[in-house]
Design a protein around this ligand. Structure first.
Ligand SMILES: [Cu+2]
Length: 536
């Protein structure tokens, strides 16, 4: 069954008496609680938007978007914690939905099941796109701290979930890293052993057929922030104070970056996002740096994995301290930060603490710029993703039980809001009128474009976000040449600088205005295993 946002809202109001209260709660949290079933995009342009961007009105979703991914067909797949907002925090009914950003249409997907037919709840899983565009989802929720060993895959072409062989451990808060050879490394995550939350310390690799354990390592925190370096090494940037590298060709354990080089100046940074904003360059933004009271920081630091001795370097701080916030690479390569709380503790939602003002970081000047404010608290369990039209979907927040106490229903947000970054108000948009669907590494390929001359070409891996992190976020700034409406682009030469899969390809005018994206796949659709990895 498919239905529009407005029909769905009407259905839910009819079916669930408690919802009226919840929508009242949204108004309380909002400075502008206008609700539009489909985002409006027809207001006359305001000159301020070119500097601060613009938020569309809030619109409803059928669940809290705690896990949000953009699929190769441009639709958004999301799921929350439980179908019924008043049910148990550990219920196992949790329907993933599709939202079509072009039409506002919402469609439930069938709830994923294990091979034996048992339903699984994908809340607190990890996810990564496979080279063929299917979304691999590992682990999930039994109770807080106790995960699932399930592996499933969502196929956007058929709107189906399929069960894959189970992992060697039950995982809650795991990290799924798409590797350059098309395999997926799953690390960290927890399970309960005789009632004690125990962290998984044997990362395992999915090669398209089976799970293979790698060397034991005990240093990775839950939902580790892991990046692939141009050298092929992996880099674990957080949230702990010490950062690590591991060679994908070498089954030996992770190695801490030596001495102070691997230590962040202000220590552990829980619930802060880490973004590879250019090939080999990582920025770690905010998060909590006090293990006792979780006071968030506004600090940010960068590290260049291509340097001789990669070392963290402080850059200007954000305008706001934040924890539980979201970092989204924009089409022009700037990094948008939305949501989060400036208050201490796990997820401070007291008045004035959630940050509604967005800001963007310019990797060239390294400065932060304040942008327009959103209407809703997007803190713990919120998500933000770049959409193919170069806007950003900001959604979710809520559905938690800290110290066993469930959050107020009014603090769970079954809604979303779209941000139009300033670059959309700085002149006409170029358009891509034709593009290939697949390219190979090092290929030269051509696009046909119309509109203003092209000044920049980027592509961004399809977003897949949860818990203040896109586990595989990356951008490539592509080499190109122009000739009379035709743009010739050189694809990244190696998978270590661009793991195989689907990317949103944007051309930008000389004024920095992006086109709509074309979604292009690079590399073979089938994973292969490196010779050394096979021996591990
Ligand atoms: Cu959570």
């Amino acid at each position: 069954m498919a239905f529009t946002t407005s029909r769905r809202s009407a259905l839910m109001l009819l079916m669930t008496p408690g919802l009226a209260l919840r929508y009242g709660g949204m108004a309380r949290a909002s400075t502008n609680n206008a609700i539009s079933p489909v985002p409006r995009r027809d207001r006359a342009e305001d000159p301020a938007w070119a500097h601060r961007g613009r938020w569309d009105p809030v619109f409803e979703l059928p669940n809290v978007a705690i896990h949000t991914s953009v699929l190769p067909n441009g639709k958004v797949l999301f799921w929350g914690r439980r179908d019924q907002p008043t049910g148990s925090m550990h219920e196992h009914e949790c329907t993933p939905y599709l939202w079509n950003p072009r039409t506002g249409e919402l469609t439930p997907t069938p709830q994923p099941k294990r091979a034996d037919g048992t339903k699984v709840n994908l809340f607190c899983s990890g996810h990564a796109f496979l080279p063929d565009g299917r979304l691999l989802v590992v682990g999930g929720h039994a109770t807080d701290g106790d995960g699932l060993d399930q592996t499933c895959v969502y196929d956007y072409r058929t709107n189906t979930w399929a069960a894959l062989p189970v992992m060697h451990e039950r995982l809650w808060y795991p990290t799924a890293t798409a590797l350059s050879d098309g395999t997926v490394l799953v690390s960290s995550g927890s399970y309960k052993d005789n009632g004690t939350v125990t962290f998984n310390d044997v990362p395992q690799i999915w090669d398209g057929r089976q799970w293979t354990p790698t060397a034991r390592f005990t240093g990775l925190p839950p939902y580790s922030r892991i990046h692939i370096a141009p050298s092929g090494q992996m880099f674990a940037s957080g949230s702990n104070a010490r950062t690590y590298t591991r060679n994908t060709n070498d089954p030996s354990a992770w190695t801490p970056l030596p001495g102070l080089q691997g230590l962040r100046r202000n220590g552990e940074r829980q619930y802060g996002p880490s973004v590879m904003y250019d090939s080999g360059k990582v920025v770690y933004i905010g998060g909590s740096n006090d293990g006792t009271n979780d006071v968030p920081t506004a600090a940010a630091g960068v590290l260049d994995l291509c340097a001789n001795r990669p070392t963290w370097r402080e850059i200007p701080s954000m305008h706001f301290s934040r924890r539980q916030h979201h970092a989204t690479t924009l089409a022009d390569g700037k990094v948008l930060v939305t949501g989060g709380t400036r208050g201490p503790g796990f997820n401070d939602l007291s008045p004035g603490k959630p940050v509604h003002v967005a800001e963007q970081w310019d990797p060239v000047t390294q400065e932060w710029e304040k942008l327009a404010a959103e209407d809703i608290d997007r803190c713990y369990h919120g998500t933000a993703v770049l959409l193919p039209d170069a806007t950003v979907l900001s959604a979710g927040g809520g559905e938690f039980a800290v110290d066993g106490k469930a959050n107020d229903l009014r603090d769970s947000h079954r809604n979303a809001q779209i941000f139009h970054p300033p670059y959309l108000f700085r002149g006409p948009r170029p358009a891509i009128t034709s593009a290939p669907g697949d390219v190979a590494y090092g290929d030269t390929f051509s696009l046909q474009t119309s509109g203003p001359d092209v000044g920049k070409v980027t592509w961004i891996r399809l977003p897949s976000v949860t818990h203040a992190s896109d586990q595989n976020q990356r951008i490539n700034i592509l080499k190109f040449g122009c000739d009379d409406g035709s743009v010739t682009i050189t694809a990244p030469e190696r998978p270590d600088i661009c793991p195989p899969g689907h990317y949103m390809l944007f051309v930008l005018s000389k004024a920095g205005v992006p086109s709509l994206a074309r979604i292009v796949r690079i590399g073979s659709s089938r994973p292969y295993r490196r010779a050394r990895e096979r021996q591990s």
